[in-house]
Design a protein around this ligand. Structure first.
Ligand code: HEM
Length: 404
């Protein structure tokens, strides 16, 4: 089993490319086929779950669920039923779509729209089913940060469904079907829809997308064809007890509200200073193009740093975070306005990494302790950590090794 992950890594390392990390947008060409509306996108031969494939879908939905059963043998049976059911139903959705499965489905007449479903397991699930000895140390709780404003109802979860597609009807129906199929055993805890610009609306579909703050977001990211992708994003677990996660990845989800009225009341130059990059091109301040390396030592004529001491990219840079790395995939969310007239919009921030203790956590700690200028304009309101097992051909369901 350990070889599965190793083979995946070898396959990735054999991919094209020198160690340039600005490459997610190159993926447009490499994986264009994956977004063909007539196809779904199950995981690929390297064991990557659909959520890690590029290009990213324009629509996603995340649903965290909790088991209904009390901890112990009943929870264990329930967890097995859920994973078995999802294994069967996700396979059917990827294969022939919902229309072939459910008579009268809303997807009638629609292509699969690149539907891809990824499943995650929370540490609370492993605890509940009595599998404490199979919880990787990588799943220790994300620590509390001074800037957190977390709502308990938007945190945690025993299980996660992460579904992506190009069409909202296909997505909504698939997620509804999968949640419904396990309703006797699991209930939704929180859910969040996310979106990005659609490729059809983009002048350059291969360009790095913008978030709702107007920033080009996702520039510095490892791509599957970079040799660093495997070590940074995929977990290596040679120990038999943890082999179920060998070649998988750990996902940190943060629900981050953006204070968009405050943000857009800033002058554009001040908005650029907060991140340390140009709004127009995404180039680092002092640089000329999006892919230029930021010069963190540059000073202006008045002797002050060109990229401010509290700029987001300075604090998040590897030199300030002990080299911590992750694959960041941000999706926008926009739920309109609440009863007080406050905009409910922001970022479904997802970070995928080999080990959150060497990825998300040290970076967020550096942002927190460095008083990231961005923190005045965002609120972290939800947080969760999931193990995302590899997709292994021939396995009847995800994490089969854990719950045969
Ligand atoms: C870089 C926006 C939250 C980690 C960036 C960039 C933008 C951005 C515009 C520069 C372009 C790029 O490289 O993608 C945001 C927004 C956030 C947010 C709007 C919240 C709403 C976070 C969080 C983390 C994070 C929570 C991790 C804890 C990073 C890293 C980089 C980065 C590692 C690359 C830094 C480098 O240049 O090496 N972010 N970010 N960001 N962000 Fe964030």
């Amino acid at each position: 089993l350990a070889a599965t992950g190793a083979a995946g890594l070898a396959g990735l390392a054999a991919g094209a490319g020198a160690g340039h990390a600005f490459a997610d947008r190159r993926a447009g060409e490499e994986n264009a086929q994956a977004l063909a509306p007539s196809r779904s996108r199950a995981g690929d031969r390297d064991g990557l779950p659909p959520a890690l494939l590029s290009p990213t879908p324009s629509q996603v939905r995340l649903v965290a669920l909790d088991l209904r059963a009390e901890p112990g043998e009943r929870a264990r049976e329930a967890a097995r039923r859920v994973l078995r059911t999802w294994g069967r139903e996700i396979g059917a959705l990827h294969g022939h779509g919902l229309d072939a499965r459910v008579e009268g489905a809303p997807t009638r007449g629609l292509f699969p729209a690149s539907l891809g479903v990824t499943v995650g397991l929370g540490a609370s699930l492993l605890d509940r089913i009595g599998a404490q000895d199979r919880i990787p140390p990588h799943m220790e709780d994300v620590p509390a940060f001074a800037s957190d404003r977390l709502e308990p109802g938007w945190c945690g979860g025993d299980l996660l469904l992460h579904a992506g597609a190009e069409d909202p009807v296909v997505l909504s129906s698939a997620v509804g079907h999968l949640v419904g199929a396990v309703a006797a055993d699991a209930r939704p805890r929180w859910s969040l829809p996310g979106f990005q610009r659609s490729a059809a609306a983009a002048e350059d579909p291969g360009a790095t997308p913008r978030n709702l703050m107007g920033q080009i977001d996702g520039t510095v990211n490892p791509h599957a064809s970079d040799p660093v992708f495997g070590p940074q994003v995929l977990a290596a677990h040679p120990e038999p007890a943890l082999a179920w996660m060998d070649g998988g990845t750990y996902l940190v989800v943060r629900r981050i509200r953006m204070l968009l009225d405050d943000w857009y009341s800033l002058d554009p130059g001040d908005r650029e200073a907060v991140i340390g990059r140009r709004l127009s091109t995404g180039a680092p301040l002092g640089g000329g193009a999006e892919d230029d390396l930021p010069d963190l030592s540059a000073t202006g004529e008045d002797g002050t740093p060109v990229i401010a001491p509290d700029a987001h990219i300075r604090l998040a840079a590897p030199g300030n975070t002990l080299g911590a790395r992750m694959l960041r995939r941000g999706f926008n969310y926009d739920l309109g306005w609440d009863a007080d007239g406050l905009r409910q919009a922001g970022l479904v921030f997802t970070a995928w990494q080999a080990d959150p203790r060497a990825g998300f956590t040290p970076v967020q700690r550096a942002l927190d302790e460095g008083a990231d200028a961005l923190h005045r304009y965002v609120r972290h309101e939800g947080s969760a950590l999931f193990a995302v097992p590899p997709v292994r051909g021939g396995e009847p369901w995800i994490a089969h090794d854990l719950l045969p």
